[in-house]
Design a protein around this ligand. Sequence first.
Ligand code: GAP
Length: 564
Amino acid sequence: MSEPLTELAKRRGFYFQSSGAYGGTAGFYTYGPQGAALKRNVIDAWRERFITQEGHMEIDAPTVMGEPVFEASGHLDTFDDMIIECPACERSFRADHLVEDETPIEDAEAMSFEAIEETIAENELSCPSCGESLADVAVSAFNLMFETNIGPGSSAPGYLRPETAQGIFVEFPQLKEYARNQLPFGVAQVGRAYRNEISPRRSIVRVREFTQAELELFIDPERDTPPIDRVQNVTVPLYSATAQEGDGDVVRMTIGEAVEDELVEEWIAYYLAIAAEWYESVGIDMERFRYRQHRPDELSHYASDTWDAEVSVDGNWIELTGFAYRGSYDLTKHDDHSNEEFTIFRQYDEPVTVEEPSVDPEMSVLGPEYGSEAGKIADELASLAESDPDAFDAESVTVTVGGESYTIDTDVTNFSRTATKNGEHITPHVVEPSFGVDRLLYTILAHNYREDEVEGERRRSLSLPSSIAPTTVGVFPLMTKDGLGDRARELARKLRVAGFTVTYDDSGQIGRRYRRQDEIGTPFCVTVDHESLEDDTVTVRERDTMAQERVPVDDLKDYLTDRT
Ligand code: GAP
């Protein structure tokens, strides 16, 4: 992000490093009043598009979860980055970032530890902090989760969630009930995630506490298909894994073509389409945007295919969102590790008859004859039906219980070779669009920052879409005297009641007031002047064109509604 924009972000209250009074804490940022409002508006827009319009549910799970959850999810074993510690100054660095920063290698994250060590040695890389050689220093794995203890003592370790997704997966047995056991259904969550990043950087792009907006869509992989016809004409820039491995480039094609060519899995394709339209609506410059497919060597432990939405800011590509096909990985893991079933019942269209030998012994006969052994005999008959169904072709079958043989009439066992089934339990597959909200805000600011010159002075503005701008209308009296201040305050109050976000400002020259609003991206400013007292009109000034128009106060609400 450019220096002037970073300065503007702090000065105007978008965001700044937290705990500045204590020297700041690396990787933690506070959103000021403008940033918090922008974030809220962007999240609202996300909710509207990805939850409300798609008919999904939203939950709000805890940010701390116990160790078994992350043992099952694989995060305890595999959620690591490569760390290298300087033997002289003892500062730690992300080894792959060091390689990327100091060599022409662009994606060191996919390299093995040995390859990273060799590259550091061959290129004689040294500590970025004190200059000590790192040539012979070992690279090790660093787990990114923040650990804590749940309750006093250390017997119940817990972790701050590294993704909101696990809070959804662990509740699947309950959530499927709310979905009336019918696939497909989607569950979203917007909330904080925590990663103890080795080297946080680029302000809010890589932080240790951030906000994710994630959607987990549970589908029946054999039956459910997305409504591709609704989005097939949406054109997206695709940078496939094959293109990255060869000399290929980004290709613009419609979603319909991408699915037909089997370049993108169709559920992922559906989300790439609606997300592209949504990104544009919140102010992302689509000329600096692409979807990049993960190469096989960079796929996460849970994903079989992933496409990242990436944006270019100051010439660097940043990952905004991951669209992953997680298959049955998560639900299978939680099913294996917990006492619950993470499956759903798939009803057949018609009942089917299957080869499934079974018995249904007549206990009214076995009970009186064999007393307390009757139940065990019935169990043995069931085992025999499975292991040797042909044994039931004879008139009687013999089973052994507690070393004693029992011969039972086959008729009494009610043996059957087949069973009628109405359905089966399946493990749904998961399709996941995972949005990072902070990176989105960073990009929205960077892509909408403008500088121009007005009356010999540099004007800085944010061309934010009205729908997400922290303030929609600035209301100013030309001066506070002659009743203009009261009139303007009253107008501001009425506009607030009408649902607009309004800032009232009567300090300094009117030009300065315009600049202040331009810098926080306010799309409209309304000035009350002496003419307003005579004819009840005001001047409305538009941010980007700076065009001014006289509008009757009675029409103002509709005027602004039409344009915001
Ligand atoms: N549930 C899948 C998941 O968490 P991810 O690619 O690790 O996938 C999703 O994260 C998004 O979260 C990223 O695309 C990015 O926008 C955001 N994100 C991840 N780590 C971040 C960090 N340290 N700081 C800010 N945003 C981050």
